[in-house]
Ligand binder design. Structure first.
Ligand code: 0O2
Length: 210
């Protein structure tokens, strides 16, 4: 096993455990008659090449990675409505199995790129054969519209190695505003959408029972 494998093992475990726990919340909401604020959950451990690139860019010494790089482990919670984000923030904040150490609200204050998302950094305890180790995990919470935008922008950043041409940057900023308006519009008809989803869910259950 390489040193990187040893270093990343608790991060991998944290991501796997958190995915199970957060998906469990979604299942509980689905079983109740309440609207689920969690549409889907994903998670990843940053690849070593990206860790090294970010460390270089941010001047982080390799022996300080665990304290200074907060997103080596990341989980993402994607929801339907902007209002769901507050519910998820409350759910995450009220847990006793980890501690929230920081929060960054890129929805109230979007990034220059047009990026919107709510980030929380948590200290998550992992039980290893050598005892308990706490690792930092970045929890990103965003709507499907914000996620669509961020995914496209991330691919373009990759394609242009972080140097997206000015005209495409402008388009992305205007697409970010369009995504924001879509979120606003959907929030206005949230009640209608929820009723429709409830009916669809009930019909599915009937279909399964027949
Ligand atoms: P990856 O591939 O997702 O791992 P910084 O990296 O300077 O923006 P910091 O302090 O590391 O800032 O933390 P922050 O702001 O919470 O951002 C970390 C992660 O948020 C990023 O990880 C992205 O996942 C996401 N993010 C932040 N800004 C943007 C943006 O403008 N566009 C998109 N698409 N995502 C963003 P990484 O390391 O960039 O990459």
């Amino acid at each position: 096993m390489s040193n990187w494998d040893t270093f990343l093992t608790p991060y991998r475990q944290a991501v796997e455990e958190l995915k199970v726990k957060l998906r469990g919340l979604r299942e509980q909401y689905k079983l109740s008659s309440k609207h689920t604020p969690i549409e889907f959950v994903t998670g990843r451990v940053k690849p070593v090449t990206s860790i090294l690139e970010k460390a270089k860019l941010k001047n982080i010494a390799l022996d300080e990675l665990s304290e200074q790089m907060q997103d080596i482990a990341g989980v993402r919670l994607v929801c339907q409505f902007v209002g769901d984000i507050d519910t998820i923030v409350e759910l995450v904040s009220s847990r006793s199995d980890f501690e929230v150490v920081e929060a960054r609200d890129y929805i109230k204050t979007k990034k220059e790129s047009g990026y919107r998302s709510y980030h929380m950094v948590i200290k998550y305890p992992v039980h290893t054969i050598d005892g308990e180790v706490s690792v930092l995990v970045e929890v990103q919470i965003r709507t499907m519209a914000m996620n669509f935008w961020a995914t496209i922008e991330h691919s373009l950043n990759y394609k242009y190695s972080g140097e997206i041409p000015e005209n495409i940057k402008k388009r992305l900023q205007s697409a970010s505003e369009a995504a924001f308006r879509l979120d606003e519009e959907m929030s206005m008809i949230r009640g209608e959408v929820r009723d429709a989803q409830q009916i669809i869910l009930q019909n599915k259950e009937n279909y399964q029972r027949d």
